[in-house]
Design a binder for this molecule. Structure first.
Ligand code: NAP
Length: 290
């Protein structure tokens, strides 16, 4: 599916309401503001007045006294609360929902059918799986829209998440668990490689600061090369690996120690754990309802 995220500016009559004024809401609001969206089109609710007012003051968004006040007439409703409180937040919102808003959840592991049921059914729901670099507007977000979403709903949700990084639409919701295992948990994998490289550099005599600078800039440069090139990561790697050279020696060791198998098993473990956690959350929710 084409990414419609940046195809057109958000219309002047569109109000985006954020439920929860935490880290993710702050990044999304700051991202939308930096793209020129007026603060009056962004509303934010949070149980703590000081929290919502600080976010409003810092970003120019409008603080709403309650979740119901925030969503009144909103075209987009962003559920930016922790997964544990999501069911309650959704159920309490139902009487306040008017019109036909698109509801975007950034909570990990809660599927669109669950959200739709908590929201009273027949709702346009988009599930977004951002990762932590979204807080620096360098995130990678997988997006899934349920069948109820219109083209406009998808475009609005895409634009919202594009304010904090790159977006990829996923057609099959089951694959959101793979997104979680790859990009949701992924920053930690790269950070672990960075850590290991720094340790190896220090063990061989570099100062911790020199190791840090060299490894971090190398990680950044490699990602930038891959992002900006038309060649695949594999092609780029081969181009920087001269036969018989130092890089080739390291690559041979990666192969001998079955690096690809290790990465595949690690992502497999994250995928499986995500599925288990989702199942457990469903069972807990089911038992609480009985
Ligand atoms: N941060 C990330 O990098 C990241 C990445 C991917 C996905 N996410 C997802 O994004 C969501 C938000 O994460 P976050 O890091 O922004 O969390 P957060 O900083 O804890 O923000 C959530 C905010 O919602 C408030 N809240 C709690 N109950 C509420 C209610 N009934 N109505 C309105 N607001 C309520 C919380 O208040 P209290 O603190 O007083 O409870 C808090 O201010 C989570 O579901 C998380 O899984 C976050």
């Amino acid at each position: 599916m084409p990414d419609l995220s940046s195809s057109q500016p958000v219309a002047a009559d569109v109000v985006i309401a954020f439920i929860g004024a935490g880290n993710m809401a702050r990044s999304l609001i700051a991202g939308m503001r930096s793209q020129g969206l007026p603060g009056r089109q962004l509303r934010v609710a949070d149980p703590f007045a000081a929290v919502r007012e600080a976010l409003a003051r810092d970003t120019g968004a409008v603080a709403a006294a309650s979740n119901a006040e925030a969503v009144a007439g909103a075209r987009v409703i962003v559920l930016a609360v922790k997964p544990q409180v999501m069911a309650q937040v959704c159920r309490e919102l139902v009487p306040a929902l008017t019109g036909d808003p698109v509801i975007v959840s950034v909570a990990a592991g809660i599927d669109s059918a669950q959200l739709d049921a908590w929201l009273g059914g027949d709702r346009a729901v988009v599930r977004a799986m951002p990762n932590t670099p979204a807080l620096l507007r360098a995130g990678a977000t997988g997006l899934f829209a349920n069948a109820r979403c219109s083209t406009d709903d998808r475009a609005l949700a895409g634009q919202l998440m594009a304010a904090v990084g790159n977006t990829v639409w996923i057609q099959d919701e089951d694959l959101m668990d793979v997104v979680t295992a790859v990009s949701g948990s992924g920053p930690a994998y790269f950070l672990r490689l960075i850590e290991a490289m720094q340790t190896a550099a220090v063990e061989r005599g570099l100062s911790p600061e020199a190791a840090r600078q060299l490894v971090l800039q190398t990680a950044f440069g490699a990602a930038r090369m891959a992002l900006e090139s038309d060649e695949s990561a594999g092609e780029l790697r081969q181009r920087v690996t001269s036969p018989g050279g130092t890089t080739a020696a390291a690559m041979d060791m990666f192969s001998q120690r079955q690096f690809e198998d290790l990465v595949d098993a690690a992502i497999g473990a994250a995928h499986e754990r995500g599925q288990q956690l989702r199942q457990q959350a469903r069972e807990t929710e089911g038992s609480q309802r009985q």
